[in-house]
Design a protein around this ligand. Structure first.
Ligand code: NAD
Length: 349
C-alpha cells in the first residue's frame, strides 16, 4: 500500500475505527513545512476502504500544493469519513470524528468538504480545537463555497483572456457539471457576466434552482462533458477528465472547482495535446481554503481574503505562460511551482 504512487511524500496517515458509533475515517497529513496540514473532511459511501484511503492520500497532497500556491501559511491534510451523507449522519458519529481530529494534536486542521455542512462542523467543533469553516463564533468564516466560486470565476476569466484573448464572458458558453454549493454560486457570477450557461446534475431540485435563478440550459449528466462550449467547468466530483471523456471534449478550456479532475497526471498531457487549456484544479479552487485560512489566522479580514482569492487570476496566468514556454502541461507546472515554494520554505527553516 505504501509503495503506491499516491503515498509519495506523506508525513502521516491515521485510520480511525469507532465501533460504538460506526465511524470509519482516514486522516492523511501530507506536508507540514508551511504550517499545520489543513484540508476539508469528505463524507462519501466509498465501496471499499482502499478507495477511501486513495482519496485521502490524493486529496491531502493536493491540499499541500493548493495551500502553497495560494500563498497560505498552511500545509496539506485531508480526512475522509466512509459513510452516506444522506442516511448515516449522527451527532455521536461527528463527535467521535472530532475526537479523532483532536488526537492528531494540531497536525491536522479539519473543515467542510463534499457531504458535510457547516452545522455538521459545529458538532465536530464541540470535541476539537483544530477546526475551521464554522458558521458562527470568534472569527468564523462560514460557508467557503461562495469564495471557491469567486476563485473559479476568476480562473475562468484568466483562461478566457489567455486562450481566447477576451476580457469578458459576454456571449461565451460555459458548461457547469454539478450545481451544488460551488456550482450554483458560480452560475450567479457567470450569469451576471453575460455568459450562456449549460448545466447538469443528478439532483433535480438543484437543477430546478439553477433554471429558476439563472435561466440555465439543462443537459443529461452523461452529455455535459461532451457539449459544445467555450469553457467546461467541472464542479461535481473527481476523475472526470479521463481516457473516455478527453477524446469527446468539445471545448478549448477546462476550468472548474472540483478536486482531482484528472483521473491521473498523464491526462494533463492528453489535454495539452488536444489543445485544451486546463486550469489546475487545486489552484483555481483555492478560494474556499483562502477564506478558511482567515479563521485559522485568528484575525478574519474579508478585504484581504477577497484580494487573495482574486490573485488566483494572476497565478493561473503565470502557470499558463510557463506551461507554454516549457511545453509542459499546466498540472505538472503547477505541481513544480508548489514544490518549489515548499522547498524554499524548508531551506529557510
Ligand atoms: P456539493 O455536494 O454541494 O455539489 C456537488 C454537486 O454535484 C451536487 O449538486 C451533486 O448532485 C452534483 N453531482 C454529483 N455527481 C454528479 C454527476 N455525475 N453529474 C452531475 N452532477 C453531479 O459539493 P461542492 O461543495 O459544491 O463541491 C463541488 C466540488 O468542488 C467537489 O469536488 C469539492 O471537493 C470541490 N471543492 C469545493 C469547495 C467548497 O468550497 N465547497 C472548495 C474546493 C473544492
Amino acid at each position: 500500500m505504501i509503495e503506491k504512487n499516491q503515498f509519495r511524500g506523506h508525513e502521516q496517515l491515521a485510520y480511525f475505527n469507532d465501533e460504538e458509533t460506526g465511524l470509519k475515517a482516514f486522516i492523511a497529513v501530507h506536508n507540514t513545512t508551511l504550517g499545520p496540514g489543513a484540508g476539508g473532511c469528505r463524507m462519501w459511501p466509498y465501496e471499499c476502504e482502499m478507495d477511501a484511503l486513495n482519496d485521502a492520500l490524493r486529496l491531502s497532497r493536493g491540499m499541500s500544493y493548493k495551500n502553497a500556491m495560494a500563498g497560505l501559511p498552511l500545509g496539506g491534510g485531508k480526512a475522509v469519513i466512509i459513510a452516506n451523507s444522506k442516511t448515516d449522519k449522527s451527532e455521536e458519529l461527528f463527535k467521535a470524528f472530532g475526537r479523532c481530529v483532536q488526537k492528531m494534536g494540531g497536525k491536522y486542521i479539519t473543515a467542510e468538504d463534499v457531504g458535510m455542512t457547516t452545522e455538521d462542523m459545529m458538532v465536530i467543533a464541540s470535541e476539537t480545537d483544530y477546526i475551521a469553516g464554522l458558521p458562527h463564533g470568534d472569527h468564523a468564516s462560514g460557508d467557503p463555497s461562495p469564495f471557491t466560486a469567486r476563485g473559479v470565476y476568476n480562473g475562468i476569466r484568466a483562461a478566457v483572456k489567455y486562450k481566447l484573448g477576451k476580457d469578458s464572458l459576454e456571449g461565451l458558453t460555459v458548461a457547469v457539471q454539478g450545481v451544488g454549493h460551488v456550482g450554483l454560486f458560480l452560475c450567479e457570477l457567470l450569469h451576471n457576466d453575460g455568459a450562456k450557461i449549460i448545466v447538469s446534475d443528478i439532483v433535480q431540485e438543484h437543477l430546478d434552482e439553477a433554471v429558476e435563478k439563472y435561466g440555465v440550459t439543462v443537459v443529461a449528466p452523461d452529455e455535459i462533458l461532451s457539449v459544445e462550449c467555450d469553457v467546461l467547468s467541472p464542479c461535481a466530483l473527481g476523475a472526470v477528465l479521463n481516457d473516455d471523456t478527453i477524446p469527446n471534449l468539445k471545448t478549448t478550456i477546462v476550468a472548474g472547482g472540483a478536486n482531482n479532475q484528472l483521473a491521473n497526471d498523464s491526462h494533463g498531457v492528453r489535454l495539452m495535446d488536444r489543445g485544451v487549456l486546463y486550469a489546475p484544479d487545486y489552484v483555481i479552487n483555492a478560494g474556499g481554503i483562502i477564506n478558511v485560512s482567515g479563521e485559522t489566522s485568528g484575525n478574519y479580514d474579508l478585504d484581504s481574503i477577497n484580494e487573495k482569492v482574486d490573485n488566483i487570476y494572476d497565478t493561473l496566468i503565470h502557470i499558463f505562460e510557463r506551461s507554454d514556454e516549457e511545453k509542459r502541461p499546466t498540472n505538472v507546472v503547477a505541481d513544480e511551482m508548489a514544490e518549489e515554494i515548499i522547498a524554499k520554505a524548508k531551506a529557510k527553516k
